[in-house]
Ligand binder design. Structure first.
Ligand code: APR
Ligand code: PHB
Length: 420
């Protein structure tokens, strides 16, 4: 059977369903699978889909339900490599129909706007603007179609024995404790998930920076102000004009960390956004009621390593980037690419090379994206200690970026996505 660009393999080995009773805890049902995936965000779902394509059995355990997950609004800029991976997984049809191909972005500072032609600077690479919610929906639908199991509303998920070759995951559903026995556990449960927290503290190192501001974002059913994204450095703070479609816009303004959405009426938001844009964009903004409004904190975070015996971390469970570089989802996808290939190598060739190399390979790419996201954030935001000197340095950097081919090329190759 075909699965994107992959020929789907038959399941590599039989996966029996074991029924088991224990006198103390009632094990209502015990499953056996090859890979137990924790978390049904983009990382877990994409991993499940690619493993399915390779004929590797997997079960997803998710603590929320499908509608809750699809209600989360997140960024939506896909690197070319991420698009390729979604194609490989056979879930890119709607993306190609509804996604908007972008060749560049605009930078706005000092009252003017400048275009960065990323396609020209990278020898033809482009991005696709397609909401993360839609990526998640496509992956969920594809999983339903192939009939792989997702256990929603799985409570108290706990990880066991991942230092041995017989790991297990337990969870509570309908008041009963259940167990999934597996060969590997993939911790794709986001920044606040249980997987990373299950690792002994002495086995893991964490690196973190919390930024002294947030992003207030709104979604509105109004046409985007410009066909490309506008990233703005302004003395009142950062602003971003983005979109989901030709009729739906996503806008952000930098706010303080202790701010609250209740302080922001739609009118106040539109006024503040217009004040931070160049005159033409400010005059061109079409305003309308917000259909979603939220504040996100900005954080850089990396956990090392990303493998602990038979437990692998992928996506936000292992690292967070501030959204300025649009790298969150793309990094989750590159982890999943490395991990799915490593597991395929393990099952097909009985080789440990891929799984042994997973952590260092993934972290090398993660740190480059961390640096890029930190750099974009530093260049575009107003920090509490941004004095006139640092403001001039930011402007000099932006001027250099738009006037030097080398600087434009360096930014572009990172924004469109470094090679795997
Ligand atoms: N048990 C089961 N599921 C859990 C648990 C738990 N203890 N903790 C968290 N989860 C689930 C969450 O409910 C969520 O659905 O794991 C999923 C993690 O999904 P994401 O947070 O979307 O993380 P990830 O899949 O790595 O996606 C990375 O999404 O969050 C954005 O900025 C991020 O764009 C990036 C991308
Ligand atoms: C978004 O559309 O939500 C978005 C786009 C680009 C970013 C961050 C968020 O850098």
């Amino acid at each position: 059977m075909r699965c994107g660009s992959i020929v789907r393999k038959q399941v590599a080995r039989k996966v029996p369903l074991i029924r088991q009773q224990s006198p103390k805890i009632l094990w209502e049902r015990s499953l056996r699978t090859q890979v137990a995936i924790i978390g049904s965000g983009p990382a877990g779902l994409l991993l499940g889909q690619l493993l399915d394509c390779y004929g590797i059995d997997n079960v997803i355990l998710e603590r929320k339900d499908r509608e809750y997950i699809l209600g989360r609004i997140r960024a939506g800029v896909l690197e070319q490599g991420t698009v390729g991976l979604l194609e490989e997984a056979g879930v890119a049809e709607r993306l190609h129909r509804d996604g908007l191909v972008h060749d560049g972005v605009e930078l706005c500072f000092g009252g003017s706007r400048y275009r960065i032609d990323m396609k020209a600077a990278t020898g033809g690479k482009t991005m696709v603007v397609y909401g993360q919610t839609e990526v998640t929906r496509d992956l969920m639908d594809a999983r339903l179609k192939v009939g792989r199991e997702t256990i929603y509303d799985a409570g108290d998920v706990s990880l066991h024995d991942f230092g041995t070759d017989q790991p297990k995951v337990r969870y509570v559903k309908d008041g009963k404790t259940r167990e999934v026995a597996c060969d590997f556990i993939a911790g794709c449960d986001g920044f606040r998930g249980v997987s990373r927290l299950s690792v002994p503290t002495e086995a893991i190192r964490m690196f973190e920076r919390i930024y002294p501001f947030g992003w207030l974002g709104i979604l509105s059913d109004t046409p985007p102000v410009s066909p490309e994204l506008i990233y703005t450095n302004h003395e009142r703070g950062f602003a971003l004009c983005s979109m989901r479609s030709a009729t739906r816009s996503r806008y952000y303004v930098q706010c303080t960390n202790d701010d609250h959405v209740d302080n922001w009426s739609d009118d106040r938001f539109w006024d503040e956004l217009r004040r931070r844009l160049d005159p033409k964009a400010a005059a061109g903004i079409v305003i309308g009621p917000s259909i979603e409004k939220s504040i996100a904190q900005l954080r850089s975070f990396v956990a090392e390593p990303m493998r602990f015996g038979r437990l692998f971390l992928a996506g936000d469970a292992a690292h967070i980037v501030p959204p300025t570089g649009a790298k969150g989802l793309n990094l989750a996808a590159s982890d999943v690419r490395y991990l799915s290939h490593a597991l395929r190598e393990f099952y097909n060739e009985r080789s440990h090379a891929g799984i042994d190399g997973y952590s260092s390979k993934a972290l090398a790419r993660v740190w480059k994206a961390e640096r890029f996201s930190w750099w974009m954030t530093s260049m575009l935001h107003r920090f509490p200690d941004t004095d006139e000197f640092s403001a001039r340095i930011q402007l000099a950097e932006l001027n250099y970026l738009v006037s030097s081919q080398a600087a434009t090329a360096a930014m572009s190759e990172q924004y469109v996505g470094l090679p795997y």
